[in-house]
Design a protein around this ligand. Structure first.
Ligand code: ADP
Ligand code: MG
Length: 265
């Protein structure tokens, strides 16, 4: 059919690849259902927009550099009773992002800090937002390298542009002066200007020691905590859950039981 070929090539030229591809099937379907013209048109355009959204989400997930794609639905809240489920539900509405507020997950290794951070991020990505994930160690190393190569301002945008910046694993690495200053600049540039989700195994009182500098630690915490939701998780490591089954307590390996001495979290 010349007409069909023509319509298909126009859709293609307009960049509506999915509509073009599905045209025959949608026409057949519409005839079968005796759909109205308008019904047919909405079906066809809907298929196009669904596919566009899916591709955009996939691209944004890839660009976010999340370590995995775990969702909030996969999180077993019954295992971690210290978490207020209503608070997580409220956060999952993403109103905190619209208000440029921060979310901070505190707790020992294995309690689900990264999982929850990624879960909120997946929710944000699903609703069209942008996210960037980094561990603190990677953030510092990356910005230092960029500074050495004289491309700090370009690299800076990676951390300032996304709707949500996740800074994971604060507390496993001692920060010297330059590193603490870089972190301070990142926090400042997002202050009231974008959300941060941060995870740490260290309580705020220990941050001065972590940065060898109470002045800079206080300045960082001042910005970070001003508009923030703090989720303090006190519980068992999910990684060790099978070993804790049946009431049999197994002493965790030294590297994860010693506070602040883990690379596994
Ligand atoms: P943390 O960042 O606090 O060290 P993670 O979020 O990395 O801990 O959790 C460790 C592992 O256990 C991950 O695979 C995570 O998906 C899983 N996990 C932790 N808590 C839960 C939970 N309550 N329900 C389901 N999986 C969990
Ligand atoms: Mg973690």
């Amino acid at each position: 059919m010349v007409e069909l070929e023509h319509a298909r090539s126009i859709l293609s030229e307009l960049g509506l690849a999915t509509a073009s591809e599905l045209l025959d099937a949608k026409i057949e379907d519409a005839m079968h259902k005796e759909a109205t013209y308008l019904g047919f048109l909405s079906e066809l355009l809907n298929a196009e927009i669904q596919e566009k959204r899916r591709r955009s989400e996939e691209t944004r997930i890839k660009l976010s550099r999340l370590p995995h794609r775990k969702t909030l639905e996969e999180f077993d809240f019954s295992f971690q009773p210290s978490i207020d489920v209503r608070q997580i539900k409220e956060l999952s509405t993403l109103a905190f992002v619209a208000r440029d507020e921060n979310v901070i997950f505190l707790g020992p290794p294995g309690v689900g800090k990264t999982h929850l951070a990624v879960g909120l991020a997946m929710q944000a990505l699903r609703s069209g937002m942008t996210v960037y994930y980094t561990s603190l160690a990677h953030l510092i190393a990356d910005l230092k390298k960029a500074a050495q190569q004289d491309r700090l301002s370009r690299r800076w945008q990676v951390y300032t542009r996304p709707d949500i910046l996740i800074i994971d694993e604060v507390g496993y690495m001692q920060l010297e002066r330059t590193s603490a200053e870089l972190l301070f600049r990142v926090i400042c540039s997002r202050y009231e200007n974008g959300s941060i989700i941060l995870t740490s195994n260290k309580y705020f009182g220990d941050w001065g020691e972590l940065m060898n500098d109470t002045v800079i630690a206080t300045a960082i915490l001042d910005r970070l905590l001003h508009h923030s939701h703090i989720i303090n998780i006190r519980g068992e490591s999910y990684r060790l859950k099978d070993r804790l089954k049946g009431g049999v307590r197994v002493v965790p390996p030294a590297d994860i039981s010693v506070k602040g001495n883990s690379k596994n979290a």
